[in-house]
Design a protein around this ligand. Structure first.
Ligand code: PHE
Length: 357
């Protein structure tokens, strides 16, 4: 019995895994295990012999069982220790910089502009890129014969043969969103509408698809002074300068009266653009007081309400702010360009966290 004990205690102590342990259990105390077979022999013994051997065998069986249980627990603890050691990680290490693509300058600038106007109470509005000619032109006081229609180098869609309705257009500006928002929300309102627009034009500063951001504020007593303040606040925040000078130049748009194009004081000294100083002026947007006919098209009573509107090229101000020379490269999907001019994906522009870094 002592031999049996020594044999199993040492085998159990040396078992390397749970499977070995289970084999040993079967061999020792399983139904046909060595100790179980010995217990069967008890029946053949004399009463005196049995009185000595019985308790000994039972004690041996208990000892083997608890050795098995203890070893099983030991193996599990060791496995856990090993896992904890292998999976150890120093959470105080700095994060590894891994670029998962970059944010396109157009997206970045759209976010920047949106953050600035959101701070002044402007919500974001949207409209379709394929637009009816009524929203794109007529509602904005650009009738069928108006030269602006031709000037805009419009892309027209096809109608089925025999369908005489006017064709849809790829919107030539974001101004149709003015009409849609007025119709949907009524007055008063304050929105910006960023989005894609289309004109048949292609050179260093023009691509057939580009981006604009429209601004519209309607209320009882909105004036050009409000427009001027809002734009000055915007330009200071966007170009991250304390002082800017804007120049309002009388202009003409069918949908605003009066109308003004806005230039910003800048310098090109040394080939780089500096905003807020110098003797040059750079045109950045078109604007004006919303024309009464446009308010009417938006179902807003021009005797009661008035407002200002402006439209700005997003790509253009992105080129200016980030010194990007050729607009066409924006849409070439050239990875080298995107890596160079793109923004880190987690740097979301906010007014408090900083617009650009
Ligand atoms: N829609 C005009 C353009 O594309 C810009 C503009 C918008 C001008 C709003 C005045 C008011 O050039």
């Amino acid at each position: 019995m002592d031999d049996l004990r020594d044999k199993y205690i040492s085998l159990i102590a040396n078992a390397a895994d749970e499977a070995t342990l289970e084999d040993l259990r079967v061999q020792a105390v399983g139904k046909k295990g060595e100790i179980s077979l010995q217990m069967r022999e008890l029946g053949k013994m004399s009463a005196e012999e049995r009185q000595v051997a019985g308790p000994k065998l039972n004690a041996l069986k208990d000892e083997i069982n608890s050795a098995l249980a203890a070893k099983k627990q030991g193996l599990a603890d060791a496995a856990l220790d090993e896992r904890l050691r292998a999976e150890w990680m120093d959470v105080t290490l700095p994060a590894r910089h891994r670029r998962v693509g970059t944010i396109h300058p157009v997206s970045q600038v759209t976010e920047e502009v949106t953050a600035i106007f959101a701070d002044m109470g402007f919500a974001v509005a949207e409209g379709p890129q394929v637009e009816s000619d009524w929203f794109n032109f007529d509602a904005l006081n650009i009738p069928g014969h108006h030269p602006a229609r031709a000037e805009m180098d419009t892309f027209y869609t096809h109608r089925a043969p025999g369908d005489d309705r006017p064709p849809h257009v790829l919107r030539t500006h974001t101004s149709p969103v003015q009409i849609r928002t007025m119709q949907d929300q009524g007055a008063p309102l304050r929105v910006i509408a960023p989005g894609r627009v289309y004109r048949a034009d292609y050179d260093q500063t023009h691509t057939p698809m580009f981006h604009q951001i429209e601004g519209l504020a309607i209320d009882k007593d909105i004036s050009m002074a409000n427009l001027k303040w809002v734009l000055e606040e915007f330009v200071k925040a966007f170009f991250e300068v304390d002082d800017v000078e804007l120049r309002f130049r009388a202009s003409h748009f069918p949908f605003t009266e009066p109308s003004a194009e806005v230039d910003i004081r800048c310098s090109w000294e040394g080939g780089t653009l500096k905003v807020g100083e110098g003797d040059d002026w750079l045109e950045i947007l078109g604007s004006g007081m919303v024309h009464p006919k446009v308010l009417q098209a938006g179902n807003i009573d021009p005797d009661e309400w008035q407002g200002f509107a402006f439209g700005m090229g997003i790509d253009r101000i992105a080129m200016l702010k980030y010194g990007i020379p050729d607009l066409r490269a924006f849409f070439d999907s050239d990875l080298r360009w995107l890596r160079h001019y793109g923004f880190a994906s987690l740097d979301v522009p906010t007014l408090h966290g900083g617009l650009s870094r």
